[in-house]
Design a protein. Structure first.
Length: 217
């Protein structure tokens, strides 16, 4: 059985190989990530914020978009793969800082961000509850988590996780498991996040909007 560190090592190796071509038309499967950006932007447009974290930012394609739409806001990108962060830093985005680090153990103080976005990262996390706990900790009271990822009904998720994911691991990919709607709801509940919207959408996507209670608790 693979450990959490085994999965993270695979992800670092996978995305180190992909870093130079991540945003190109030759990036293969990574192109599908672009389809999630409009849905995330739509949620952001309905929220007031000054600070935003992209958890699992990759080479910062989403932050590139957001810095154009919101040039006066402050952005942070976090990714576990140094090569992805290097490519992101080369963009020299205004009002943006980048950190190499783990989404399950974020290197930020409590109550730092108004919004955390996370796109196509959850299925790479071996200990997803830790991510939701960290999102709760680092969000400011009243702040929001916006998450999109691959998902499926339980029977299909079981097949993907038991058959497809292990095959991908053997091929050098760091995928861990796709999470069901019920699992994501449970992660939020355990972390103390309020679920405002949780939908299973077309193209095997799950869409989450959750918030940190507007108290100091």
């Amino acid at each position: 059985m693979r450990t959490a560190e085994n999965y993270k090592k695979l992800s670092k190796e996978e995305f180190s190989r992909a870093a130079d071509r991540y945003e190109s038309d030759s990036a293969g499967v990574y192109r599908i990530c672009r389809n999630d950006y409009p849905y995330i932007l739509k949620e952001i447009r309905q929220l007031n914020f000054n600070t935003l974290l992209d958890a699992g930012c990759g080479t910062a394609p989403m932050l590139s978009l957001l810095t154009r739409v919101y040039p006066d806001k402050k952005f942070t990108g976090l990714d576990i793969t140094p090569g992805m962060i290097e490519r992101a830093e080369e963009k020299q985005l205004e009002n943006t800082r980048f950190c190499t680090g783990d989404c399950e153990e974020m290197p930020f103080r409590d109550n730092t961000f108004d919004i955390i976005i996370c796109s196509q990262c959850l299925h790479h996390l071996p200990q997803p509850q830790r991510f939701f706990n960290e999102a709760k900790r680092t969000l400011r009271p009243g702040g929001h988590l916006i998450l999109r990822d691959m998902s499926a009904p339980k029977p299909i998720a079981w097949l993907v996780n038991k058959i497809e994911m292990p095959m991908l691991n053997l091929l050098g990919y760091g995928d861990v498991a796709i999470r069901t709607k019920d699992e994501v709801e449970a992660y939020c509940y355990e972390a103390g996040l309020n679920v405002e919207k949780l939908e299973r959408q077309r193209n095997m996507r799950i869409h989450l909007l959750a918030s940190k209670p507007n108290t100091k608790a």
